[in-house]
Design a protein. Structure first.
Length: 348
């Protein structure tokens, strides 16, 4: 179920209006009920939220719309999940709660901590789990901006990660990203997120002198009760395949081992969800190829490696099967379509 709480758009109408746009019209076009905006008790389609954010950036000619909107949001967006995270003992404990119960806020996204590039670094990875999602660079920057704001809240001090990673090309001058995130940005990356010091996970969370540990336990118990059902094997396989593609080692056996399953059990589980391992991996490659060709300027040789292919000719054949044309032709077509839509949105 690809939905998210209405608080994902908190501050949206006000920001759009300040920028000269029509929030009611943009929300209606995206399919978001106005009453849902800023309301935690209401779920809205995540795809509709993406359209609302991306269209607003175009309609208001505001290339940093996502980052601006993030400044108007905070941990309160997440309701009980935010309370549980804020009342954890350490930053690592807060991240563990978010990773475990994020589906209570939205089963359409994933936020997790994984090993970084060295033994002293960790990586906070944010991903949109819906298949064939619309272009969403603004929504990604919104999510990373909110995540950074929450980190700074937990430390109650100026805080900057070691680097920020974005799946798209810069939307504004690079110096804007340096100023906003306080660290070096990397673009056209496989996964959005932050690199930070692993030692930061052990830092205690700043809390009020009236903090009550029993309240934290009660909230966690509540989350156990309301957490949505797990997204299933297919979503887990897709998430792991996305991580492993560049290594060229995406095999059913490897992913089954990571999930603690026998390969035959994984095969049967996916069949029960009416899919196959090969179909899932092919879909992940297709979505990744579409995103890279649409949002970045990486070379076809680089794209071949990112998709885990041994030869560029395999990429060409796959694109012909997926899109009915070559990688270069698809890149030109999707970018022309985006320019056309941006032009129409800007005139609206």
């Amino acid at each position: 179920m690809s939905v998210v709480r209405g608080t994902a758009l908190s501050g949206y109408p006000e920001l759009v209006a300040e920028l000269g746009g029509d929030p009611a019209e943009l929300l209606a076009t995206a399919g978001v009920p106005p009453a849902a905006v800023g309301t935690h008790e209401v779920f809205v389609p995540y795809r509709a939220v993406i359209l609302a954010v991306e269209n607003a950036a175009s309609a208001t000619s505001c290339p940093d719309f996502g980052r601006r909107l993030a400044l108007r949001q905070d941990i309160g967006n997440f309701g009980p999940l935010g309370v549980a995270a804020r009342t954890a003992a350490t930053v690592g404990g807060a991240f563990a709660i978010v990773e475990r119960f994020l589906s209570a806020y939205s089963p359409a996204i994933s936020a997790r901590i994984q090993p970084g590039g060295s033994s002293t670094e960790s990586f906070y990875a944010f991903e949109v789990l819906i298949e064939r999602s619309p272009p969403h660079p603004q929504t990604t920057e919104l999510s990373l901006g909110v995540s950074l704001g929450i980190m700074r809240m937990m430390f109650d001090a100026p805080y900057a990660p070691l680097s920020v990673h974005l799946p798209h090309e810069p939307l504004t001058p690079v110096r804007d990203y340096l100023t906003y995130f306080g660290c070096r940005p990397y673009f056209a990356q496989p996964v959005a997120g932050f690199t930070f010091r692993t030692a930061d996970l052990d830092r205690p969370i700043h809390r009020s002198p009236h903090h009550e540990p029993y309240a934290h336990q009660a909230i966690v118990q509540y989350l156990h009760g309301i957490a949505a059902e797990s997204p299933g094997l297919a979503a887990s396989v897709r998430a792991m395949a996305r991580q492993l593609l560049p290594t060229g080692t995406v095999t059913l056996e490897l992913i089954a081992d990571e999930l603690g399953l026998h390969p035959k059990a994984l095969h049967r589980g996916l069949a029960a969800e009416q899919t196959t391992f090969a179909a899932l991996v092919d879909g992940v490659r297709r979505d990744a190829a579409d995103r890279y060709l649409r949002d970045t300027d990486i070379s076809l040789a680089h794209l071949t490696r990112e998709l885990g292919y041994a030869e560029q000719s395999v990429l060409s054949r796959s694109c012909q099967r997926w899109f009915g044309c070559s990688p270069t032709s698809h890149r030109k077509a999707v970018r022309a379509a985006i320019r056309t839509e941006a032009g129409l949105g800007g005139r609206g």
